[in-house]
Ligand binder design. Structure first.
Ligand SMILES: C[S@@+](CC[C@H](N)C(=O)[O-])C[C@H]1O[C@@H](n2cnc3c(N)ncnc32)[C@H](O)[C@@H]1O
Length: 345
C-alpha cells in the first residue's frame, strides 16, 4: 500500500483523486494547483487556506475531508499527513512589481518560511512552488536566492522556469509566472524535464461567446460616464481591453491581460470586451475559464461577485501547472520503476 492509499478521505463527496503519490497544498486558494496535480494523476491528501470564501469554493469541488481552514502559522506540522509532494503558491503581493516591493520585510512575504517549516517536518520528495515572475528579480535577485538557499539547506536540488500561460497552457492569457521544482533525490531531478511551448489555439471569443448575452450587471450603460469613450474605443470582439482613467487600452495580441486578485476590489480592474450586446466586464466565470478551469468548476454559491473575481485572479493557470505536474509524476514513476527493476534483480 502506498502512502497515498493509506490516507483517509477517499470517500469524499467529490473525488480527491486516487494516484500513487500524495500531495499537500499550502496557500491552496480555490485549488488551482490541487486540480492540476489531481488531473495529472496524484492524490490530494491535505491542503491549507485561510480565506473562508476560497475554502467554500475549494470544498465545493474537492469535498469536505482534508482541507484545513485557518492561518498557516497555526498549522500543527505533526498533524499534516505524510506527503510525497508539497505544493505552495504562496501570497505573491510582497514580491510583485505591482505590490509593495518589500519582500521578506513584508508580513505576507514571511509566509514563505512557513513552507520551510512544513518541509522540515514532512520531508516531501518534491516541492513545487508557483509565484509571480518578479520573485526572480526582486531586490536584485536576493529574495530568490534566499528562497533557493532555504530549499537547498533542507537538502533539495532546485530548478525553475518562467512560463507564460499563452505559450504553455493553450489559454489566451498573458500571465508570466515562475515555477520552481525542488527534488530531494538527484535521480528524480534527472528524470524530470520541463514541458515545451505549445500552440495557442483557444481564442478569447471561444471563452466569452460574443453572441450570448451576459447578465445585465456586467454591461456599461449610457448612465456611465465612461460609456461614450468605451463605445467608441472598444470595437474588436476578438480582443480584451482595459479601462484606464482617461483612455482605453487595447491588448493588441488578442489575449487577455494578466488576471489579478485586485479585480475583486471594484473600480476598473476587470478587463473589458465588446460582445453583440455592448461593452461589458469579463464575468468571474469567464476569468476562471481564462485560468483554464474546466466548465464544471464553479464558485461556491455563497461567494459574492467581488470575492469571485478575487478568487479567479489569485489562482493559477491550471493547464500550465498540470503539464508540469505530469512531468513531476513521470519523473517519480521513472525513478521508482527503475528502482523496482534493480530490486527485483
Ligand atoms: C496566490 S493565492 C494561491 C492560489 C492557489 N495556490 C491556487 O492554486 O489557486 C495565495 C493564497 O494564500 C492564502 N493565504 C494568505 N495568507 C495566508 C495564511 N496566513 N495562511 C493560509 N493561507 C494564506 C490567500 O488567502 C490566498 O488564497
Amino acid at each position: 500500500m502506498t502512502r497515498a492509499e493509506s490516507r483517509c478521505g477517499l470517500n469524499a463527496a467529490v473525488s480527491t483523486g486516487s494516484g500513487k503519490y500524495a500531495v499537500g497544498s499550502m496557500f491552496a486558494g480555490i485549488g488551482g494547483i490541487c486540480l492540476a496535480f489531481r488531473n495529472a494523476g496524484a492524490e490530494m491528501v491535505w491542503a491549507n487556506e485561510i480565506d473562508a470564501d476560497a475554502c467554500k469554493t475549494y470544498r465545493g469541488h474537492f469535498g469536505p475531508k482534508y482541507l484545513e481552514e485557518g492561518d498557516v502559522r497555526n498549522v500543527n506540522a505533526q498533524s499534516v499527513p505524510p506527503l510525497d509532494i508539497l505544493t505552495a503558491g504562496f501570497p505573491c503581493q510582497a514580491f510583485s512589481v505591482a505590490g509593495y516591493r518589500k519582500g521578506f520585510e513584508d508580513d505576507r512575504g514571511i509566509l514563505f518560511f512557513q513552507i520551510i517549516r512544513i518541509i522540515e517536518a514532512k520531508s516531501p520528495r518534491v516541492v513545487f512552488i508557483e509565484n509571480v515572475k518578479n520573485l526572480v528579480k526582486h531586490d536584485g535577485g536576493r529574495t530568490f536566492e534566499c528562497v533557493c538557499k532555504c530549499l537547498r539547506d533542507c537538502g533539495y536540488i532546485i530548478d525553475h522556469r518562467v512560463f507564460n500561460t499563452k505559450e504553455y497552457g493553450n489559454i489566451p492569457q498573458n500571465r508570466e509566472r515562475v515555477y520552481i521544482v525542488a527534488f530531494k533525490n538527484e535521480k528524480d531531478l534527472k528524470n524530470f524535464s520541463w514541458p515545451e511551448p505549445i500552440r495557442l489555439e483557444k481564442t478569447v471569443a471561444s471563452i466569452t461567446h460574443p453572441g450570448v448575452k451576459a447578465e445585465d450587471c456586467f454591461y456599461y450603460t449610457e448612465e456611465s460616464q465612461y460609456h461614450p469613450m468605451l463605445d467608441k474605443d472598444v470595437r474588436n470582439k476578438e480582443t480584451v481591453y482595459q479601462l484606464r482613467r482617461t483612455y482605453v487600452r487595447e491588448n493588441k495580441n488578442n489575449v487577455c491581460p494578466t488576471l489579478t486578485a485586485n479585480m475583486g476590489g471594484g473600480g476598473h480592474n476587470v478587463p473589458l470586451i465588446r460582445d453583440d450586446y455592448g461593452v461589458r466586464k469579463l464575468t468571474p466565470e469567464e476569468c476562471l475559464r481564462l485560468q483554464g478551469f474546466p466548465g464544471d468548476f464553479n464558485f461556491a454559491p455563497a461567494v459574492r461577485s467581488s470575492g469571485r473575481y478575487k478568487q479567479a485572479g489569485n489562482s493559477v493557470s491550471v493547464p500550465v501547472v498540470q503539464r508540469i505536474a505530469e512531468r513531476i509524476l513521470k519523473a517519480l514513476e521513472g525513478a521508482d520503476t527503475h528502482a523496482d527493476r534493480k530490486d527485483s534483480r
